[in-house]
Each structure stands twice: as structure tokens, then as C-alpha cells.
Design a protein around this ligand. Structure first.
Ligand code: AMP
Length: 280
């Protein structure tokens, strides 16, 4: 008889699973790029079997957002995952993830999910936490890898997974960028050639703010200067560009020790909304 104290060991014991067989999960919405593939590589370092999921989750899109136009290059995605050494790809139908009559939602209340992205996309995190709960519960993976590109999402998922005892270790992986600094994103495909030239200004402005704060500038002054810089580079609306505590995304009254802060931004370039963040 096994006597176990952790969710992980309970799960493995019930399955008769060897303790050195670790399973990994990488949830995605497809239209894969090197950023996604770096998550597969990170998962392969942590686990002996790795599954990717490709599911464009309707509940995280608001009406008028890009659910219908979101790119869906499934064949190329499967090819890229095979090349990356992924063992399983889960490509569920909408009716698998949201069976007839479904009503249940998972919500992480409080500032962590209600600020920044949560303020500008009010249904986004509830959609994300609902689908990620379903994916983690379905896959029962020991580890799941998410990108720091979506830093707030990563922190919300960490909170949710801990709160719900889902038993999956959440690992964050660094943002993969083009040589000019632009964070890779499936939505970069929406940028016109002219916009693509302007887009790296977002990352440059985050670095400018980080450097200013490191040199003693008041954080809100530094972030205001960064907003000016991206506007001058041709960005339109800036949804937010803010300096926050990395751990819980609360707004510090003064600069934190280097590495404990995060500067996060979302801004529009034409019809495309770009998000990015860096450690500060
Ligand atoms: P998505 O397909 O946009 O839902 O993203 C799936 C996963 O890939 C999420 O965990 C993202 O944070 C991650 N991701 C997206 N872009 C990047 C990037 N440039 N570098 C690292 N991870 C990324």
C-alpha cells in the first residue's frame, strides 16, 4: 500500500506510474512559431513524454476580437511539432472542450487578473483559466510550460493551479524575440510591412523604462516617458504600460530591487494589439 501526501504522488500511485516517468504539456492556440517551439524544448527537458495542445479557445475572445480571423495553419503546425520532438498533439473540437449544456467557469478573482489585461479584456482571463483547467485536468501532466510573453497569464495560471490543487507544476519560459527585439507572436502576421518596421519600438520602450528605473528614475515618470516613445514611433492607443511587482502584479510605490519588478505593456499598431513585458 502506498501512503502519499502530494497530488502528484497520488496520481502516479493510482496509475501505477513509475516515479521517473514525467509527462509534460504545452497548451497553444496554434499558428506556431519559434516561441511555441521553445516551450516544447523546455518541456522535453522536464519530462519524458510531451504533449502539445492546439485549441483556439472561444471563451477567451470578446465579441469583435479576432476569433474568426485567427490563423489556423494546422498542417504546418503538426509538421513543426513533429520536428520539435513532441510526442502527442491534442487537437480537440469545441464540443469536446465545451460539451453540450456546459456552464462551469473558473475565475481567479482579485487584482492579479483584474488589472492590466484583465481591465482591457474583461472576459479574457476567465476564458483562459477555464480552458487551462480543463486541459490540465484532462492531460494530468506533471509539468506544463507557459511563456513569459504572457506574463500576467502565467501568474494567473500559477495561482489557479495552486488554489485548485491541480497537481501540475507550472514552468515559465523566456520570451523568444526577433533580432530587432519584437516578441514573436502569432498576431505579428497581422502587421503590414510598414507596421512591422515600427513594432520593435514597444520592446525598446520597455528597455528604456527599465534602464531609467535602474538609474533611479521614479517608476511612473519612466513609464510615462516610454509611452511617449512608442507613440512617437507610430503606435496608436496604449492600453497600459506599467511597472509592477513581478510576484503579484501589485503597483509598488517605489522601485523594487532589480529583478523583482516587471514592466508590462499593451498597445495598438494600426488594427493589431501587441503585448510585451520585461523583468525590471
Ligand atoms: P498562444 O498560442 O498565443 O496562446 O501561446 C501559447 C503559449 O506560447 C503561451 O504560453 C505563450 O505565452 C507562449 N508564447 C507565445 N509567444 C511566445 C514567445 N515569443 N516566446 C515564448 N513563449 C511564447
Amino acid at each position: 500500500m502506498d501512503i502519499v501526501a502530494s497530488i502528484k504522488d497520488l496520481r502516479r500511485s493510482l496509475r501505477g506510474q513509475s516515479l521517473n516517468l514525467r509527462t509534460g504539456l504545452v497548451p497553444t492556440m496554434g499558428a506556431l512559431h519559434e516561441g511555441h517551439l521553445s516551450l516544447i524544448a523546455a518541456a522535453k527537458q522536464q519530462a519524458s513524454r510531451v504533449a502539445a495542445t492546439i485549441f483556439i479557445n472561444p471563451t477567451q475572445f470578446a465579441p469583435g476580437e479576432d476569433l474568426d480571423s485567427y490563423p489556423r495553419p494546422l498542417e504546418a503546425d503538426l509538421e513543426a511539432l513533429e520536428q520539435a520532438g513532441c510526442d502527442v498533439v491534442f487537437v480537440p473540437e469545441n464540443t469536446t472542450m465545451y460539451p453540450a449544456g456546459e456552464v462551469t467557469r473558473v475565475r481567479v478573482p482579485g487584482p492579479l487578473s483584474e488589472t492590466l489585461e484583465g481591465e482591457h479584456r474583461p472576459q479574457f482571463f476567465e476564458g483562459v483559466t477555464t480552458v487551462v483547467t480543463k486541459l490540465l485536468a484532462s492531460a494530468q501532466a506533471d509539468v506544463a510550460v507557459f511563456g513569459e510573453k504572457d506574463f500576467q497569464q502565467l501568474q494567473v495560471i500559477r495561482r489557479m493551479t495552486a488554489d485548485l490543487l491541480l497537481g501540475t507544476e507550472i514552468v515559465g519560459a523566456p520570451t523568444i524575440r526577433s533580432a530587432d527585439g519584437l516578441a514573436l507572436s502569432s498576431r505579428n502576421a497581422y502587421l503590414s510591412p510598414e507596421e512591422r518596421v515600427k513594432a520593435p519600438a514597444l520592446h525598446a520602450a520597455l528597455e528604456q523604462a527599465r534602464n531609467a528605473i535602474a538609474q533611479g528614475e521614479i517608476p511612473t515618470v519612466a513609464t510615462d516617458q516610454a509611452v511617449d516613445a512608442i507613440r512617437q514611433a507610430g503606435f496608436g492607443r496604449v492600453d497600459y504600460l506599467a511597472y509592477r511587482a513581478a510576484s503579484d502584479l501589485s503597483a509598488p510605490t517605489a522601485a523594487l530591487p532589480a529583478g523583482q519588478g516587471r514592466i508590462l505593456a499593451a498597445a495598438w499598431l494600426g488594427q493589431t494589439r501587441l503585448i510585451d513585458n520585461i523583468s525590471a
